[in-house]
Design a protein around this ligand. Structure first.
Ligand code: ATP
Ligand code: FE
Length: 333
C-alpha cells in the first residue's frame, strides 16, 4: 500500500509518502516566523500551514516518484495540538480523500512519536510491551506500550513539558527559541557539576518542571546582580548543569518506571530525544540490562513519516474515519 500522511499539529507542515513501513519521502517546512516572538504564535502558525501545505504535499509526491492515483489512504494528525494548525491538515486530508475516493485515517500525534520506532530504518525495533519516554515541546510522558494501538500513560508532567524547561531556561540565558538544540551543543563544552539545581518533587511517576525553571531564574538573577557578565562568562557550564539536572529528573522517574513494571525495553521519542546527553545516558543503561531504542534524528521532531507509520498500522486493521471526524487539541491516549 501507498499512504500519504500529513502532520500539522504545531509549527511544522509536513507530508510523507510511505510504501508499507518504508518512507519514500518526508518533506517538512518549518516556520521561521515564530523565532522573533520567542515561541509559537498560533494564528501565524495556521496561516503559514495554509501557504505551505500544497507545495509540501506536491514535493513529497514528486520525491516519492509515485502518482496520486496509486495512493491507498490518507493519514493525518487529529490531535493533540493547536486547533488552527490541526484544522489546516485535517481539511486538506479530508478533501484529498474525498477527491481520490480513498480511506481517511486519524492519527494521535503522541502515539505517532512512539510509533516512529517502527519505521523501516534498518534498526532493530522494540517488542511489546515496552516503555516509551516521550519528551517534546508540549509533553513529557512515560507510556507503557502494549501494542500499536494500546498505550497507557503511566506518568506525565503536572506542569511544563521538558522541551519548555530547555526553551525557557535558554530564554533566561538570552538564547534564541527553541533553545534546546543550542543548550545541547554548548553543554558538551561545559562542566555539568559547576552549578547545582534542585530536583523538583512530584508524585509517583509524574514530573514537574515549573519549579526547576523558577530555580534557574532566581539563580541567574542572584548571580547577575553580583556580576552582570555572569551568564556570558559561564554559558557553557550553565548549559551543562541545566541539561544535567533535566536528565537527572527524567531518569529518576524512568528508573522507577522500569522497576515498577519490570519492563526493561525502553524507547525514547519526541523532539527532546534528539538531545545527545539524554541519548548517552540511555545508552549507558544497557549495562544495567536495559534494551534501549532511539529513533533516527529525522523522526524525533515533528514529521509526517511518523503519522504515516501510525496510519499504516491502522490501515492494516481497516481502522478508518470519515469526513465527520473532528480535530481535538487536547486528545488523550
Ligand atoms: P508536542 O509533540 O508535545 O506536540 P512539539 O511537537 O512542539 O510538541 P517537538 O517538535 O517534538 O515538539 O519538539 C520540540 C522541542 O524539542 C523543543 O522544545 C526543542 O527545544 C526541543 N529539542 C530539539 N532538539 C533538542 C536537543 N538536541 N536538546 C534538547 N531539546 C531539544
Ligand atoms: Fe511533536
Amino acid at each position: 500500500s501507498y499512504l500519504l500522511a500529513i502532520e500539522s499539529s504545531c509549527d511544522d507542515t509536513s507530508c510523507a509518502i510511505l510504501k508499507n513501513d518504508q518512507v519514500l519521502s518526508n518533506v517538512t517546512a518549518s516556520q521561521k516566523v515564530h523565532e522573533q516572538y520567542g515561541g509559537v504564535v498560533p494564528e501565524l502558525a495556521s496561516r503559514a500551514h495554509q501557504s505551505n501545505i500544497i507545495p509540501v504535499v506536491d514535493q513529497a509526491i514528486k520525491k516519492a516518484g509515485i502518482s496520486k492515483s496509486q495512493l491507498s489512504a490518507i493519514a493525518y494528525t487529529q490531535g493533540p495540538g493547536l486547533m488552527g494548525s490541526l484544522l489546516v491538515g485535517s481539511s486538506f486530508a479530508k478533501s484529498l480523500s474525498l477527491a481520490l475516493d480513498i480511506p481517511l485515517i486519524a492519527v494521535h500525534h503522541m502515539q505517532a512519536h512512539i510509533l516512529a520506532h517502527f519505521i523501516d530504518s534498518g534498526q532493530e525495533k522494540p517488542q511489546f510491551p515496552f516503555l516509551a519516554l516521550t519528551i517534546s515541546g508540549g509533553h513529557t510522558q512515560i507510556v507503557k506500550v502494549n501494542d500499536y494501538h494500546d498505550m497507557q500513560v503511566i506518568g506525565s508532567t503536572m506542569d511544563d513539558a521538558v522541551g519548555e524547561a530547555f526553551d525557557k531556561s535558554g530564554k533566561l540565558m538570552g538564547l534564541d527559541y527553541p533553545a534546546g538544540p543550542m543548550i545541547d551543543k554548548l553543554a558538551r563544552k561545559g562542566n555539568a557539576k559547576a552549578f547545582k539545581f534542585p530536583i523538583p518533587t512530584a508524585p509517583d511517576l509524574d514530573y514537574s518542571f515549573s519549579g526547576f525553571k523558577t530555580s534557574v531564574l532566581y539563580f541567574l538573577q542572584k548571580q547577575t546582580q553580583k556580576d552582570p557578565d555572569f551568564i556570558k562568562n559561564n554559558l557553557e557550564d550553565l548549559c551543562a548543569s541545566i541539561q544535567y539536572t533535566i536528565i537527572e529528573i527524567l531518569f529518576q522517574k524512568l528508573d522507577k518506571a522500569v522497576k515498577q513494571t519490570g519492563i526493561k525495553q525502553v524507547a525514547i521519542g519526541g523532539g527532546v530525544s534528539a538531545n545527545s546527553g539524554i541519548r548517552e545516558r540511555l545508552l549507558a543503561k544497557r549495562e544495567k540490562g536495559w534494551k534501549v531504542f532511539m529513533p533516527p534524528f529525522e523522526y524525533t521532531t515533528d514529521n509526517a513519516a511518523m503519522i504515516g507509520i501510525s496510519g499504516y498500522f491502522k490501515y492494516l486493521q481497516k481502522d478508518f474515519t470519515d469526513l465527520s471526524s473532528t480535530s481535538s487539541p487536547r486528545m488523550s491516549m
